[in-house]
Design a protein around this ligand. Structure first.
Ligand SMILES: Cc1cc2nc3c(=O)[nH]c(=O)nc-3n(C[C@H](O)[C@H](O)[C@H](O)COP(=O)(O)OP(=O)(O)OC[C@H]3O[C@@H](n4cnc5c(N)ncnc54)[C@H](O)[C@@H]3O)c2cc1C
Length: 358
């Protein structure tokens, strides 16, 4: 979707946005929209709250050849100091919540419910999910599988909490991942042996070229922290499948995930989570053992590397944290580049950034 920025068409684009009634903001500080809290202004941020507005924004993007980004929770991106030209689309609050589709296999007008939710925004507030799931659990018992339709800007951590407290298994792993549902699907977010592809059965996405489309999990090419959904597709919502299980066991699993994070990750400082993907090859001269990125970085001594307002965490070598009120994206990039260069020269291992460097 990369192409020229707004430049000379600025006023035309603005008029077009207004005439299509798409909520937008100009020059929003990027630092306020990502977990690292770093980054310059977004030239034009639009926050659609209906399918109609999403489609219109994507059409305007194509019509005016705008450089366009889709932003979720901003927990895996580095926004440059000079900001983002063109259009950034972030789904609005109307795309947070859920629509309970019911037990798997029951005849409950599934496709009409999905259509209604996607076209008319009829999803319920997330805080009601726990009670609704508990109702199903009480009437149908353990082992029951349910499907829920979850819109793209729904916070994954709250979704995990609500489902687990209701005694439904599947999202325990997601307890500490500060993602939106859309970003979690795009990245196939995962931890503690679980990942989004374990629970996703269908994805509904929109693009200017194809409009609203439906993808089944099998066609999405889910792999380690990625999927093959075309870059221009915006994830509008997804169907997740969860299973009623022993409540105490599920709660305990979620609690263990959270306490492991607290013990091992620098959660008190702003970050974008793990910086590098784990290597797939063993370093030169170390036999068959493939270290994690954190182990390799620790051996390089990155825990003492500081640049401006950012540094590699002293607690976890594969995390870069912001330690000052204001910090530069260029310093984050520099730390990443240095680590890659040293890993390559010392171990012949090419570390690949997991954070998306926009
Ligand atoms: C404290 C912390 C802990 C973390 N722990 C983990 C972890 O355990 N496991 C893990 O996998 N990740 C982890 N992360 C990284 C991050 O949370 C995940 O990569 C997450 O999936 C990103 O989701 P997001 O909504 O924030 O997406 P963003 O960071 O906003 O965007 C990421 C990508 O998704 C795309 N995108 C976002 N929304 C949509 C949409 N609606 N449609 C289409 N594309 C979209 C963006 O264009 C971009 O390409 C952690 C991050 C932090 C800060």
């Amino acid at each position: 979707m990369d192409s020229p920025g707004l430049g000379t068409v600025r006023s035309e684009v603005i008029e077009h946005m207004k005439s299509r009634e798409i909520p937008f903001f100009r020059n929003t500080a990027g630092a306020t929209l990502c977990t690292l809290g770093i980054g310059g202004p977004l030239e034009l941020l639009c926050v659609p709250n209906s399918l109609h507005q999403v489609t219109a924004a994507l059409e305007i993007s194509v019509e005016h050849c705008l450089s366009t980004r889709i932003l979720g929770g901003g927990s895996n991106v580095l926004i440059p100091d000079e900001g983002l030209p063109g259009l950034t689309i972030q789904l609005g609050k109307a795309f947070a919540g859920f629509c309970l589709l019911g037990p798997v296999g029951a005849d409950y007008g599934r496709s009409d419910t999905i259509k209604d939710c996607l076209h008319n925004g009829t999803c319920a507030p997330l805080k009601q999910l726990q009670a609704e799931l508990q109702g199903i659990r009480a009437s149908m018992g353990e082992g029951t599988e349910v499907e829920i339709l979850v819109p793209g800007s729904t916070p994954l951590m709250s979704l995990s909490r609500q489902t687990v407290l209701a005694g439904f298994s599947g999202l325990e792993f997601a307890a500490g991942i500060p993602a939106s549902l859309g970003g979690a699907i795009r990245m196939n977010a995962g931890a503690h042996g679980g990942q989004m592809s374990d629970v996703v059965t269908e994805v509904f996405s929109v693009s200017a070229e194809h409009g609203l489309r439906q993808f089944s999990t099998e066609t999405l090419g889910f792999a380690y922290r990625q999927c093959s959904l075309p870059a221009e597709e915006l994830v509008l919502a997804s169907v997740l499948r969860l299973k009623a299980d022993d409540v105490e066991v599920i709660k305990q699993r979620r609690t263990s995930c959270l306490s492991y994070r607290k013990k091992t990750q620098p959660l008190s400082l702003p970050s974008a989570g793990s910086v590098f993907r784990n290597p797939v090859q063993a370093p030169t001269g170390s036999g068959d053992e493939v270290p994690t990125a954190a182990e390799l970085l620790d051996r390089l001594g990155v825990k003492s590397w500081v640049l401006g307002g950012v540094r590699f965490s002293e607690m976890h070598a594969n995390w870069i944290v912001r330690t000052a009120e204001v910090a530069k994206a260029s310093d984050v990039r520099e730390l990443i580049k240095r680590a890659q260069a040293e890993a390559e020269s010392a171990y012949d291992v090419r570390l690949q950034s997991e954070i998306l460097l926009w």
